[in-house]
Design a protein. Structure first.
Length: 146
């Protein structure tokens, strides 16, 4: 497959995702706080956004995995680990703590970089540093257990 087509298709998917986040109000951290505030003034709208995403993904997944290969790749790259293990729980916990402390999820942060670059750039930079550190820790962990 032509690499330019792959990049353009990835850009199109990102634009659709970002537009959906903006349209649903998910670029606003107060919307996330409203959803997480179950004992206060709870805002359930994020659940509808997540539910819509799950439904669209499930329908797409049902039809796409029946194909021999994806449109823009040589093979499907689906998750192979089906276990709930220590790295998964630890990583999920750290992600959740970071999201809860900052009120910012990395998806909306990337979408917000064009709207509020001065406010978002430092957070995005720290997310990238965290991903790099996590990759190094995962390599170290895998070397120890293998």
């Amino acid at each position: 497959m032509n690499p330019i087509m792959r990049i353009l298709f990835a850009l199109l998917c990102g634009l659709i995702f970002g537009f959906g986040l903006a349209l649903s109000g998910m670029l606003n951290p107060s919307k996330i706080f409203g959803f997480l505030n179950i004992f206060g003034h709870w805002d359930p709208s994020l659940a509808f956004v997540m539910g819509g995403g799950v439904i669209v993904n499930a329908i797409g997944h049902y039809f796409i995995v029946k194909r021999q290969k994806p449109l823009f790749s040589e093979k499907f790259e689906l998750p192979i680990n089906e276990k709930i293990d220590k790295p998964l729980l630890l990583g999920s916990g750290i992600f959740g703590i970071g999201w809860g402390i900052s009120g910012l999820c990395p998806g909306p942060v990337v979408a917000n970089i064009l709207l509020n670059p001065s406010d978002i750039f430092l957070f995005l930079f720290l997310v990238v540093i965290g991903l790099w550190i996590g990759k190094k820790l995962k390599k170290s962990y895998l070397r120890r257990i293998l």
